[in-house]
Design a protein around this ligand. Structure first.
Ligand code: ADP
Ligand code: MG
Length: 254
């Protein structure tokens, strides 16, 4: 209580304990808004996408949003576990939205000290082999999921991963930091009522997804200081996708 009282004295605002007043963060995302917890520099707080950019959740109240997020987070965790990706430790909490003064869901993650794979200007061979494994697994998981119309992680890209250390780590490793459970099924796009600007056929969605992944892979290949370096395993996985899923040629993938 002492704290709450001194907060009130300091800034004249009503204290909102037990939730801490969040502060703006040094972290910038493309979609998410980030905050700091004062006095907790090792934590990263993001306003969950269910509050801001997941259309499905827009009309829900906070309890429905929490339930929706819980279900998505379970699916997401299954996918990430199958991929064997290290993930920044995460909790989801309900707190006060600093912009809108109403309840919102936040993801709280441990801060990974390092650079995201998009910003990293250079990859050594050891790290390049790790990202090769990573993207190979992402592609193979996508094929498996497509063949049974299962859920897939919609947002694999270099900026979602930080090569760095969590507190207590001796060596840096690749961590997934974007913990928004952006999970879809391949056929859900064609069930949308509003017409879309892109083809919503599942195989078309699949190959758009692969094209995106290929672009990210090419970016990484260019960061390795070796002539014509290729992510061999990931490219092999892409070849496997071409035999498993029709429609690559129509998307210009040779
Ligand atoms: N837990 C974290 N530790 C370290 N850096 C982070 C963490 N979370 C996010 N970042 C940094 O912020 C960037 C944007 O985060 P991301 O989660 O991908 O946001 P968005 O939802 O906007 O895509 C990441 O590329 C990374 O550089
Ligand atoms: Mg992201």
């Amino acid at each position: 209580m002492e704290n709450a009282q001194s907060d009130e004295k300091e800034n004249g605002e009503k204290p909102d304990h037990p939730f801490t007043q969040l502060r703006g963060s040094d972290i910038r995302g493309d979609n998410s808004i980030f905050y700091n917890i004062p006095g907790e520099p090792s934590m990263v707080v993001r306003k969950s996408f269910v509050n801001v950019s997941d259309g499905e959740a827009e009309e829900m109240d906070i309890h429905e949003k929490a339930e929706y997020l819980r279900n998505k987070a379970v699916e997401f965790k299954k996918i990430i576990d199958r991929l064997g990706i290290r993930t920044a430790k995460t909790d989801y909490i309900i707190g006060t939205d600093p912009e809108k003064d109403r309840p919102a869901i936040f993801g709280v993650t441990e801060r990974i000290d390092g650079e995201n794979l998009e910003e990293t200007p250079f990859l050594d061979r050891e790290t390049a082999e790790k990202v090769d494994d990573l993207y190979a697994k992402i592609i193979i998981e996508s094929i498996d999921s497509y063949l049974k119309n299962g859920p897939y992680w919609h947002d694999p890209k270099n900026a979602q991963f930080v090569f760095g250390k969590a507190q207590g780590d001796e060596k840096p490793d690749i961590y997934l930091v974007d913990v928004d459970p952006n999970v879809h099924t391949w056929d859900e796009w064609e069930k949308l009522k509003e017409p879309q600007e892109f083809s919503t056929k599942p195989e078309s969605i699949f190959w758009d997804h692969m094209k995106w992944i290929l672009m990210e892979m090419e970016d990484l290949e260019n960061k390795v200081d070796e002539k014509n370096f290729k992510l061999v395993k990931a490219r092999e996985a892409l070849e496997r996708a071409k035999t498993a899923v029709p429609g690559a040629a129509e998307k210009g993938i040779k």
